[in-house]
Design a protein around this ligand. Structure first.
Ligand SMILES: Cc1ncc(C[n+]2csc(CCOP(=O)(O)OP(=O)(O)O)c2C)c(N)n1
Ligand SMILES: [Mg+2]
Length: 447
């Protein structure tokens, strides 16, 4: 099987090493390819015939290559900086969008300064959350639809105009051609991917943002007050509407009651790492759970890939030594749930909360014909907590937000591998979480 060819279209780069003497340089090349420019996964093929080769151990050691300056700074041109500052200055209703690229760039201080000094409201994408705390006064997360629709100048920092942002056009973005986009990205081909970028800034995010900061002095005009007031009042209205739902103590739980608990826990333990996958479990958690520190939220990413959860939890716990809280839809959990064995084997400080609503989106669907269970419905009253017990971990079954809170806090305090089966009302979720609008609509029904 030609694995290299299979991997090629899915990775940033794919290489094959044929000789033992080339392993050092091959690995160096793969690392450089992965971390330079826009980072991305690299496939390295070591075919079976390589394994049989022998070489002198000393020569082997010497053949290893140190990767020098693997991700060099890429300095933006001064013209592009001036162009971007001119566009930003002209804005009546400016907005900054922080993507996960901004978080990966680890230019946290510069980005914070840019937001603070410019006074511009910002919207974090899912894994950009926490770069600045979601509770920052300029965070427009709770007024997302308003700022996307009504802004006139949008500065994208390490965020792409892909499907997560409706490709920069359509209803989400208000009147057609009503926006000017400034985009900071290390990848020149990202510019004009879907709509015109009037001020492309090609370079690494740290260098670009620092260069912008040099042009934002004490005389920089604050955004118009009516824009700031409009964003703030929409945000306060939405937060006030949500507050009582997050405090409900219903049993069986709904998503809001259970996620309200996890929200408080992350507020009290801001350096814990939050892993998140599912549909309702993902989309609602993204909005409800505030993040306070950069790179603490790991989720399904651009392509919504179920199955990342347990691998991410293992990786995060080992790499950082910090506690991990994993909010998992019951279906999502099933994609990599067997890794609970790994978590227990290495005694990792991982607390998994399975949002058990008996299925995908809802546990109440029925087939219109036949007696088989609906394709989206799972075994009723499943006890996921027993999976942890099977491997010597802690398993807890909870049916109320109060019980959930106690169980999660206990797990996080003890650091013991724990799986909490959180019983969620099977009728609480909605199809496709909050992206039901992407489903095909019946042309007949519209008429
Ligand atoms: C690898 C993969 N397969 C299938 C899907 C389609 N998918 C999207 S969400 C989801 C599961 C949603 O159910 P659950 O995790 O239980 O979330 P909830 O019930 O809380 O909405 C599936 C299978 C996907 N995103 N990725
Ligand atoms: Mg579910």
């Amino acid at each position: 099987m030609d694995q290299l060819a299979i991997a090629k279209p899915l990775c940033k780069a794919a290489y094959r090493i044929l000789h033992a003497t080339d392993i050092g340089i091959g690995v160096a090349r793969a690392i450089r390819a992965a971390v330079s420019g826009r980072p991305g996964g690299v496939y390295l093929d070591l075919p079976a015939k390589l394994f049989g080769q022998v070489m002198d151990a000393e020569a082997g050691k010497k053949s290893l290559v140190k990767v020098i300056d693997p991700a060099p700074a890429q300095i933006p041109s001064p013209e592009s900086i001036k162009r971007a500052l001119d566009v930003l200055k002209s804005a009546k209703r400016p907005l900054i969008i922080l993507g996960k690229g901004a978080a990966y760039a680890q230019a946290d201080d510069a980005i914070r300064q840019l937001v603070d000094k410019s006074g511009v409201p910002f919207l974090p994408m899912s894994m950009g959350k926490g770069l600045l705390p979601d509770t920052h006064p300029q965070c427009a997360g709770a007024a997302r639809s308003t700022v996307l629709k009504d802004s006139d100048v949008v500065m994208l920092i390490g965020a792409r105009l892909n499907w997560l942002l409706s490709h920069g056009k359509g209803k989400t973005w208000g009147e057609p051609h009503s926006k000017k986009f400034i985009q900071i990205d290390i990848e020149p081909r990202e510019m004009d991917s879907n709509v015109e970028i009037v001020a492309p800034l090609v370079g690494d995010i740290g260098s670009c943002v620092s260069a912008l900061l040099n042009g934002i002095d004490g005389k920089w005009p604050a955004p118009p007050t009516d824009w700031i007031n409009a964003v703030t009042s929409k945000k306060e209205e939405n937060i006030a509407k949500m507050a009582p739902r997050l405090m409900n103590n219903n049993s069986p739980m709904d998503y809001h009651g259970a996620l309200g608990v996890l929200r408080t826990i992350i507020k009290e333990r801001p350096d814990a790492i939050l892993v998140n996958e599912g549909a309702n479990t993902l989309d609602l958690a993204r909005g409800i759970i505030d993040m306070y520190q950069p790179r603490k939220r790991l989720d399904v990413g651009t392509w919504g890939v179920m199955g990342i959860g347990m691998g991410y939890a293992v990786g995060a716990a080992i790499e950082t030594g910090k506690s991990v809280l994993a909010g998992e839809g019951d279906s999502a959990f099933g994609f990599s749930g067997m890794e609970v064995e790994t978590i227990c084997r290495y005694k990792l400080p991982v607390c998994i909360v399975v949002f058990n609503n008996n299925g995908i989106y809802r546990g109440t669907d029925v087939n219109s014909v036949g007696s088989d269970p609906a394709t989206t419905v799972f075994v009723k009253n499943a006890r996921y907590d027993k999976i942890a017990e099977a491997f010597g971990g802690v398993g807890v079954q909870v049916t109320t937000p109060d019980e959930l809170k106690r169980a999660v806090n206990e797990a996080m305090d003890s650091g013991k591998p724990t799986l909490i089966n959180a019983v969620i009302d099977p009728a609480a979720g909605s199809e496709s979480g909050r992206i039901g609008n992407l489903n095909p609509q019946s042309a007949l029904r519209k008429k």
